[in-house]
Design a protein around this ligand. Sequence first.
Ligand SMILES: [Zn+2]
Length: 402
Amino acid sequence: MKLSALTFGLAIAGLSHTVMAAKAVDEHTYSNLDDVVSTHLHLDLDVDFEDKQLEGFVEHTLQWQNKQARTLVLDTRDLEIDRVMYQSQNGQWHRADFTLAPRSGVKGAKLTIKFKQQAKKARIYYNSLPQASGLQWLTPVQTASKTHPFMYSQSQAIHARSWIPVQDTPAMRTTYTARIQTPKDVRAVMSADNSEAFVKDGDYWFDMPQAIPPYLIAIGAGNLEYKEMSHQTAIFAEPQILDASVAEFNDTQAMIDKTNAMYGEYAWGRYDLLMLPPSFPFGGMENPRLSFITPTVVAGDKSLVNLIAHELAHSWSGNLVTNATWEDLWLNEGFTSYVENRIMEEVFGRDRAVMEQALDAAGLRAQLTKIPEPDTRLNLKLNGRDLMMLLVKCHTSKVSYF
Ligand SMILES: [Zn+2]
C-alpha cells in the first residue's frame, strides 16, 4: 500500500468522539468542546414545503469532559428555539433553561443551555426559517419535473447550524439517526444509510453509524426516483434526468474498485449519488454515502466525470480525516485533488489524467490573479468570513467543486 493520505486518515479516524489533540482554535464556533461533546444526534424533523422550514427536534447524547461543567453551548443561525428538555442520569426528563444570544455575523446566535446536573441527553425543539443559509427551497417550476418542490442542504462550512442546533466545528464528530417526514409523494434522502428511503411513503428513517463532523450532515427531498448502477452504487434523481445520469456515471463502481486497490477499502458501505437541480452552486458535495451532484456535469460524453472521482476521493481524504478549522481546508482539498487525479488515471488512462492536471493548473493560475494576495495562501486567515462564500466568489469561471 502506498504511504498516502489514507494512512494519515485512518489513524485520525480512530479518534472518533474525541476532540483532536492539537488545539487549533476554531473562530467559527461557540461550542464548549472542552466541557462536553455530543457523541450522537437524533433528528426528528418535518419537511414543510409550504412554510419553507424544518420543524421538530434534535436530541444530543452528551459525553462530559469536565466534571464541573453544567452548560452546553451550541451554534445556531436563524433558528427559532421553542424549548429544551434534558434527561438526567436516572432517566427522567426535565425542562432546561436556555438563552439564545442575538445573532453575530456569519457565526450566528449562541445557544447556551444550563442544566442542574450533567445531563445524559438534551432535546431541543426548534424550527428553521425560510432564509436558512444551509437549505435551498425550490418551487416546482425550479425543478426538472415541474410538479414537486425540492429541498436540499449544503452544510459545509458553517451552515449546519442554520438547520440544526449543533457543535458546528470540523473538530468534533458525531453519529446520527433521523426520522424525516415529508408529503407522501416526496422522497427524502440523507448522508446516511438510505435503504429505508427506497420505499416512498413520506416517512423515512436514517442511520449514520460512523462519526462525522456536522458539515457532512446532509438532507435532500423532492420528486426523487432511484436506479441501481451496481451492487454498491445507485442514483437518486428526478425521473426526467435519471437515465441520463446513470449513463453518464456508470463508471462509478470501477472508480471505487480502483481506489480500493490504491488506498484501502471504501469504509462507508454504499456510495450513492443525489442529482440536484441545476441551481446547486457547487459542482458536488462529498456528503458521506451520498454525494450531492449538479446535473450540469451530465455532459453526455463523460467529459466531466472527474467530479465524481473528486467527491468519491473525499470518502478517503476529508471524510475520514479533515481540517480542525476552516483555515486549513487546503489539507482536505489538497489530498483530495491528488486522489481524484489518480482515480482518473487508473480508470481512464494517463493521457486524460495529464490533460486534467494541465487544465486544473491553468485554472488555478487564472484564479490566483483575481484573488487578493492574503487569500492565495494555503493557511487562510478568515477573520470572521465564511469560507464557502469566499470560495464561491473565487470560482466564477468554471465548474467548481468541493
Ligand atoms: Zn473537494
